[in-house]
Write a new protein. Structure first.
Lengths: 283, 172
């Protein structure tokens, strides 16, 4: 590669004509404002360079689209130090206020860097209270209840892909076209069995697929979490629909997905689980 | 898990280490193993980190070194398929201005490690070229040339014969 230019020309000396390094630094926003303007002038007169810059920018955006969901995954305990190690380290470092202040500033910087650039992952907070809507339940709840009724009685094939297969969420994320997580509800006594892909009768830009995760309790009862693309929807509060035979559906939406948790559980119990699911998608 | 560990500055970086590892290795299990190994090392050596220096590049350097060891060991074995079959299944034809997920994964996995590292540290982790250079222990000029070669190569693979306008060739 032949790049005669000085990247991120921070003044000092005449600017060289823009080259490949500038193209990258332009895309990565690492140029000084003067150099930025100069590169823009160059790009406006050079179609080939402009189309390469456009691809590089698009590539960065696609990398985020593909991998940003990882940022929201809950941090497993194995990633944290053992309590004894932590204590030893604290002793060694001493209780200095300074180290605490630096630690705190790093945390804030980290959070800021993490969330400010990826605000898409942070839908507005769902309102805590559960709203009961009179009249027939909306499509989301009906579809979820139907899928629940079909698959939960299955003995041999309750799920399509088992929870212990590493590609479960990756596969569903690919097919749904957005990050899908399988919430962990073990501490509430619900073990993830696995999941499946489901068709949706309606078509739209979001694509005609939904998915379902199934959870089982030690007593054999099952709940399902149904998710469907709802691109650009208004985030909603938790809502509850009472279906036949004591089956309840608690459902809500964020900007990307509609969620419906279905099971023969009291509304309050569903709400506790839904809250945990919501938190795991937004942690 | 008590509060102190969660408030630790390392913890704020964990999501970024995971995201980078996932993209670098293209495999969740391998990536999580690499992150866990890196964190074990980081926690046990945190007393060596100089306060006020860049914690992010310190952590990414630890991971880079472990990954380099991994890659060295792996190169002695025959190469296995980088991704499982499910992953290569094409997803729906998306809007034209989006790269197909499978094609992007595939193209990334075909880049030499040294180019993929730079493309991801800069493009995904949004490191400055200087930070990427520190992380990888190479001069900034080398960062630039690897970045250029990596991105041009991805462009060849992803834009391919179909040319501009989003007609992305399936690279298999």
């Amino acid at each position: 590669m032949t790049t005669p230019s000085g990247m991120s020309g921070s003044g000092g000396g005449p600017l060289l004509p823009p080259g490949d390094d500038d193209l990258h630094a332009y895309v990565d926003r690492q140029l000084s404002p003067e150099r930025q303007a100069e590169v823009e002038r160059w790009l406006s007169g050079d179609g080939d360079a402009a189309s390469r810059a456009a691809f590089f920018a698009r590539l960065n955006a696609e990398l985020h689209r593909r991998y940003d969901h990882v940022l929201a995954e809950p941090i497993p305990a194995e990633f944290l130090p053992l309590p004894t190690e932590r204590r030893r380290r604290a002793d060694r470092r001493g209780p200095g206020l300074r180290s605490f202040a630096i630690a705190a500033s790093w945390l804030i910087a980290g959070l800021f860097a993490g969330w400010s650039t990826h605000s898409l992952l942070m839908p507005p907070k769902v309102i805590e209270r559960v709203v009961e809507i009179p009249g027939p339940a909306p499509t989301l709840a009906l579809q979820a209840a139907a899928a629940h009724a079909v698959y939960t009685p299955e003995v041999r094939h309750p799920v399509e892909v088992r929870a212990d297969e590493a590609h479960l969420t990756r596969w569903l994320s690919n097919r749904m076209g957005k990050p899908i997580k399988a919430p962990i509800l073990d501490d509430s006594g619900w073990r993830l069995m696995g999941g499946r892909l489901l068709p949706v009768a309606e078509t739209g830009p979001a694509g005609p697929v939904a998915c379902q995760f199934m959870y089982e309790h030690a007593d054999g009862s099952r709940v399902t979490l149904y998710m469907k693309s709802v691109d650009g929807a208004e985030p909603s509060a938790f809502r509850f629909a009472q279906e036949r035979e004591g089956m309840g559906v608690l459902y809500w939406m964020d900007a990307k997905l509609g969620y419906a948790l279905t099971g023969k559980l009291p509304k309050e119990d569903l709400k506790i689980l839904a809250r945990k699911i919501y938190d795991q998608f937004n942690s | 898990m008590s509060k102190p560990a969660e408030d630790h500055p390392i913890v704020a970086q964990i999501p970024h280490l995971r995201r980078y590892a996932r993209a670098l290795l293209g495999d969740r299990t391998m990536a999580e193993d690499l992150v866990q190994d890196s964190l074990e090392r980081a926690w046990s050596r945190f007393h060596l980190w100089r306060e006020g220096s860049n914690l992010r590049t310190w952590l990414f350097t630890i991971m880079h070194n472990l990954h380099a060891n991994l890659a060295r060991n792996a190169s002695r074995r025959p190469q296995t398929a980088p991704l499982d079959e499910d992953f290569a299944v094409p997803v729906r034809a998306d809007q034209e201005d989006r790269l197909e997920v499978a094609a992007l994964d595939d193209a990334l996995s075909r880049l030499p490690d040294e180019q993929r590292q730079v493309v991801l540290l800069v493009g995904l982790e949004e490191m400055s070229y200087q930070e990427a250079a520190v992380t990888l222990g190479i001069p900034v000029g080398t960062v630039m040339s690897r970045l250029h070669r990596g991105r041009e190569r991805l462009r060849d693979m992803l834009m391919g014969a179909a040319g501009a306008g989003g007609g992305l060739r399936r690279v298999k």
